[in-house]
Each structure stands twice: as structure tokens, then as C-alpha cells.
Design a protein. Structure first.
Length: 278
């Protein structure tokens, strides 16, 4: 990857993503839900995405399973391991997106790590993403300052890159991320790995963080994640943002329900309550 000075980038957003934020009711929050591709199974993943949309999801983050997910806590690590154990490969991700596209236009953002993308082939990855109907890419281990190779492919194939900022990001870096992101900026509410946290921990982190976000992130919508496990958390954390992201709490909920033959129905009730409170 290039480490040369960052040059002006083409920034863009998918039409599906634009519509989410343009059509958002001022009193509601955008709900972005993360699920690891292939968990609990490839067939389940597509069905879960469609069910999430019916129960209030506005955007889907589809996790790319990886054996060494350095930014992920034990919950998402578990889902990645289970997916890989079942033989899930990169091509299966594009198959899932294409399957969803037969029935839905919900924006789908792929989230994962650079190693599998490079192993698959950067150009091939972006070509397949475009063909399947992917709306963006998040690579937590690719800093905006070092994204040269990925940035060029993103521009060529018009798949927006979405970058992260955290409480330890400088004001200058927040502004750079805002300049370079397409679709939204992902604001990590707490430092550390992913995982559901207590409401107090989320609240205290956001109080220290939100003022600088609103000062420095002015071009893109803002979604806040890492640590949300309830509607109360979601509303509190996104009070001054455009929306919120939930991941680990979804996977934990699936794991708690898997033995129940009606687990999907009960899981979708949990998702509905995340968005609407009941």
C-alpha cells in the first residue's frame, strides 16, 4: 500500500446510500446492522438481511470472515471462526449480496480486513463487489493516510470507502476522514475492540467525543457504533448523530436463541426493539 502524501480524492456515495439519508425522517435514526457473512450459515445470512430490513434496518454491514480479526472482540471472532469452519470463502459474500439484490435495495457495506482482499485480488474484489451490488467498503486496518492502493481501485470501480474515527482521533484526522469517506463516517464510540458494553460506558465515551465529531465531521452523515445493545443505548448514543451501528449484540442474540426452533422470529423481534423500542 502507498504511504505517499494523500492527494485530493474523488468522493462519492451509492444511490442506495444517498436515499437512506435523504429520505430519513428528522425524528428517526438510521439503523446500521452488522452480521458476519456465513453466520450461522450462508443461507441464513441472506434471510437475516431481508428480515433485518423488514424490522427497521436501513443499512447492512456484511462482515468478511477472517482468521485474525484484530479489531474484533470475542463475539465477532466467534462468528468469523464458525463461518470459516463451514468453508465460507470470499466468493460466497458476493453470492449473498447478489441473492439479496433479487429482493431488496437496502444498502450493503462490506466490512473486514485488507489481507483477504489482497489475497483475493484487489481489482477482482472491486469488480465482483460492483457486479453484486455492494454500496461501500470499510477496512479498519487501512488508515486513510495509507489507503493509496485501495483508494485507486475504489475510484475506478465506484465503490465508496468508509473510514472510522475514534475518541483518540485528532481534529485534523477527523477532517481528513470526512473529506475521504463516501456514504457516511463510522464513529467508534469507545477505544478498543468490538463488543456490547454497558450503557454508562457508552454514555461517558460519547459525551467526550460527540462535540468534536459535530465540529469536524461536516460533509458526511455520522453513524456511531461499538457497544450498543439496546434501544436505550442506541437513542442515547445517536442523539446528536444520524444513526447507530449494532453488531456484537446481534450475534450474541443469535447465539442465545439458536436452540429455539423459532429463533429467527425471536431474533427479528429483538431487531425491531433495537430500532423502535418494542
Amino acid at each position: 500500500m502507498s504511504t505517499s502524501p494523500v492527494t485530493p480524492a474523488k468522493t462519492f456515495s451509492s444511490e442506495r446510500m444517498k436515499r437512506v439519508f435523504e429520505n430519513r425522517n428528522a425524528s428517526s435514526k438510521v439503523m446500521n446492522l452488522f452480521i458476519t457473512a456465513g453466520f450461522p450459515s450462508k443461507e441464513d445470512t441472506a434471510e437475516l438481511i431481508l428480515g433485518y430490513e423488514k424490522n427497521g434496518a436501513d443499512i447492512i454491514e456484511l462482515g468478511m470472515p477472517f482468521s485474525d480479526p484484530l479489531a474484533d472482540g470475542p463475539t465477532i471472532q466467534y462468528s468469523s471462526e464458525k463461518s470459516i469452519e463451514k468453508g465460507f470463502v470470499m466468493d460466497n459474500i458476493f453470492e449473498i449480496v447478489a441473492e439479496v439484490r433479487k429482493q431488496s435495495q437496502i444498502p450493503i457495506v462490506l466490512m473486514g480486513y485488507i489481507n483477504p482482499v489482497i489475497h483475493y485480488g484487489v481489482d477482482k474484489f472491486f469488480i465482483k463487489s460492483k457486479e453484486a451490488g455492494v454500496d461501500g467498503l470499510i477496512l479498519p486496518d487501512v488508515p486513510v493516510e495509507e489507503s493509496g492502493l485501495i483508494k485507486l481501485a475504489s475510484e475506478e470501480h465506484e465503490i465508496p470507502l468508509i473510514y472510522l474515527v475514534a475518541p483518540n482521533s485528532t481534529d485534523e484526522r477527523m477532517k481528513l476522514v470526512d473529506e475521504r469517506s463516501g456514504g457516511f463516517v463510522y464513529c467508534v464510540s469507545v477505544t478498543g475492540v468490538t463488543g456490547a458494553r454497558t450503557g454508562n460506558e457508552v454514555d461517558e465515551s460519547v459525551k467526550r467525543f460527540i462535540e468534536r465529531i459535530n465540529k469536524n465531521i461536516t460533509r458526511n452523515p455520522v453513524l456511531i457504533g461499538f457497544g450498543i445493545s439496546s434501544h436505550k443505548d442506541a437513542m442515547k448514543i445517536s442523539e446528536k448523530a444520524d444513526g447507530f451501528v449494532v453488531g456484537s449484540a446481534l450475534i450474541n442474540n443469535i447465539r442465545s436463541l439458536e436452540a429455539d426452533k423459532n429463533w429467527k422470529q425471536k431474533h427479528f423481534q429483538f431487531v425491531h426493539a433495537l430500532k423502535f423500542g418494542s
